[in-house]
Write a protein that binds this ligand. Structure first.
Ligand SMILES: *Cc1c(COP(=O)(O)O)cnc(C)c1O
Length: 371
């Protein structure tokens, strides 16, 4: 049996009539740019988050850029972020003109280590940008405390953590703004690029909305220059359908993760994901650690199982950041983990038999290593 890392077709089949109908409606009404489907999704998303504003944008990268830029971050500023994430997190800092300042990750949790943040704060630091990686909240209360003490903005990158919670409060609602990606493979995914920003700050919301739409809130009323970063009607309509199922899907991911962990605990030499106390982890990715990772990847591929690595090179060690002159000792945890992490297939439609098949193969591989 072939098992992909993520199976978007399987999900589509479970909601096909609703999706097909809503896409047809958008086309009939030619509600392509902005319009009622976008407004509907924005208000549904804000409501489900219990926040005042949701601004639909073109993708999750723009969401971060727009939030940072509208908080006034730019040339000469520094923004502190995690050493382990997708490059969108740090490239958007650079795009504002500011400098990304990386902090190592916590052992086992993979998110920014709050105990290492204060060392990196300077007079130029303007904001902290934590990432709730793989669907697990970062230690957001500790990070928020540091932001409050040092009067820094807090923008949460929630691209991998739709509706994950810390102390029963949804991540994305702790700071000045929460940013989301609806890239198709994310827990809540559109059928193309899409993103959003949430906030309770009225003035910030207005600025972000204006900037994302050529600097205007009304047609031809350009108070400032902006960019073109809009959520489109087709994506919004798809997202409104999918939003109804996200809790159920997140729950299924969690059950699949629990089953993986239960079976993997019987296999030698594998570290399974550790869940932080008082959080709900939504398992965007199910990430294990092991030696001989690359050999296992090849073995699984040969047997029809696709895996992923998120990410094979931690941000500070990417060629793009050579100019910062970082060394492995600067980020020892991120450096060690980049050669050991492995993402196993994870999606709501994955079933127990599939997980059993994957674990059997991993078990066989580990046995062959020890003989
Ligand atoms: C996917 C992702 C983004 C960017 O989202 P896009 O919609 O692809 O632009 C940003 N940050 C993280 C952590 C992501 O995983």
């Amino acid at each position: 049996m072939h098992i992909p890392l993520v199976d978007l077709k399987a999900q589509y089949q479970t909601i096909k009539p609703e999706i097909d109908a809503t896409i047809q409606d958008v086309i009939e009404e030619t509600a392509f740019i902005r319009g009622k489907y976008v407004e509907k999704f924005e208000s549904e998303y804000a409501k489900k988050y219990g926040v005042k504003h949701c601004i639909g944008v073109a993708n999750g990268t723009d969401a971060i850029f727009i939030a940072l830029k509208m908080l006034g971050i730019g040339q000469g500023d520094e923004v502190i972020t995690t050493a382990s994430s997708w490059i969108a997190t740090s490239e958007t800092i650079s795009l504002t003109g500011a400098k990304p300042v990386f902090v190592d990750i916590e052992k086992d949790y993979y998110t920014i280590d709050p105990s290492k943040i204060e060392d990196k704060i300077t007079s130029k630091t303007k904001a902290i940008l934590p990432v709730h990686l793989y669907g697990q909240p970062a230690n957001i209360t500790a990070i928020k405390k540091i932001c409050d003490e040092h009067e820094l903005f807090l923008v949460e990158d929630c691209a991998q953590a739709h509706f994950a919670e810390f102390d029963e409060k949804k991540v994305g609602t702790f700071g000045d703004a929460g940013t989301f990606s609806f890239f198709p493979g994310k827990n809540l995914g559109a059928y193309g690029d899409a993103g959003a920003i949430i906030t309770d700050d009225d003035a910030l919301a207005e600025k972000m909305r204006r900037f994302a739409n050529h600097g205007s809130l009304k047609k031809h009323d350009h108070e400032v220059e902006g960019i073109n970063s809009r959520l489109d009607g087709l994506q919004a309509a798809v997202l409104s359908v999918k939003l109804k199922y996200i809790d159920e899907w997140n729950k299924k991911r969690y059950e699949n993760a629990s089953y993986y962990t239960k079976l993997l605990n019987e296999v030698n030499g594998i570290s399974t994901p550790k869940i932080r106390k008082h959080v709900s982890h939504i398992f965007h990715q199910y990430v294990i650690r092991m030696k001989k990772r690359d050999e296992l990847v090849a073995f699984l591929r040969k047997n029809g199982i696709e895996t992923g690595i998120h990410y094979p090179v931690a941000l500070p060690f990417l060629k793009a950041y050579d100019y910062l002159g970082h060394k492995p000792v600067d980020f020892p945890v991120a450096y060690e983990y980049q050669n050991e992490i492995l993402s196993l297939p994870m999606y709501p439609e994955l079933n127990r038999q599939m997980i059993e098949q994957i674990i059997k193969l991993i078990h066989d591989f580990q046995i062959s290593q020890f003989c």
